[in-house]
Ligand binder design. Structure first.
Ligand SMILES: Cc1cn([C@H]2C[C@H](O)[C@@H](COP(=O)(O)OP(=O)(O)OP(=O)(O)O)O2)c(=O)[nH]c1=O
Length: 193
């Protein structure tokens, strides 16, 4: 029997996958997330999603289907990961303030010893943020584990004046692309879709 495995520690990714009615187990991947020299943001997120899925696939049967994903925020060509501390958060959110950035989310699905992947780009515009607002936001604890130091699905939603692309991809898992790749891998949700 085929099981579906989500190679992620992100509670958001688990919630998004559950939302569509898939049954799955969670097995987080532990990989090195260092950016390679000369690597483009697009190539970086895709490589990480594929590595997460492939490293977890080694622990399962060849007949199982594994999903890996990675989200990063790109501002003026710079890759913004998770903030290391309050100052890092301040630097990141100042660069996003009154500006439009891109959120790249890659998804990779391993099935039948092959890996299929896709990168989804979403443009997100922020209103102006004062340093005081950023410091208050840091204290809520929300930015800590999120790429670009904000969560569109949480308190950070009020900073977003416009979004063009996939909301679910910004939160961590692009639903349209995920469902398509899972269908190709022969996985159906409990709703039969
Ligand atoms: C921009 C943005 C990111 N995020 C999250 C999605 C991802 O969980 C996280 C980016 O880190 P990732 O390295 O993509 O994922 P992760 O470490 O949380 O989980 P794993 O590697 O095990 O799959 O930022 C939000 O929740 N909301 C947002 O608005």
């Amino acid at each position: 029997m085929t099981s579906l495995v989500l190679a992620s520690q992100s509670p958001r990714r688990g919630q998004l996958l559950s939302q569509l009615g898939y049954s799955f187990t969670v097995c987080p991947a532990d990989i090195d997330e260092t950016v390679l020299p000369e690597e483009t943001p697009h190539a970086y997120v895709e490589r990480l999603a594929r590595q997460k899925a492939l490293s977890v696939a080694e622990q399962f049967q060849a007949s199982d289907v594994i999903i890996g994903s990675d989200t990063t925020v790109v501002q003026s060509g710079n890759i913004l990961g998770k903030p290391s501390d309050e100052n890092d958060c301040l630097t990141m959110l100042r660069s996003l303030s009154n500006n439009t950035h891109q959120v790249l989310t890659a998804i990779a699905v391993v099935s039948n010893q092959t890996v299929a992947s896709e990168v989804v780009a979403t443009n997100v515009s922020f209103r102006h943020l004062s340093d005081e607002e950023i410091r208050i936001y840091w204290q809520t604890g929300e930015p800590q584990d999120k790429a670009g130091a904000y969560g569109i699905q949480g308190i950070g939603g009020q900073f977003v004046s416009n979004i063009h692309g996939s909301y679910s991809a910004v939160v961590g898992l692009p639903l349209y692309e995920t469902a398509n790749l899972l269908k190709l891998a022969g996985i159906r949700s409990t709703f039969g879709l």
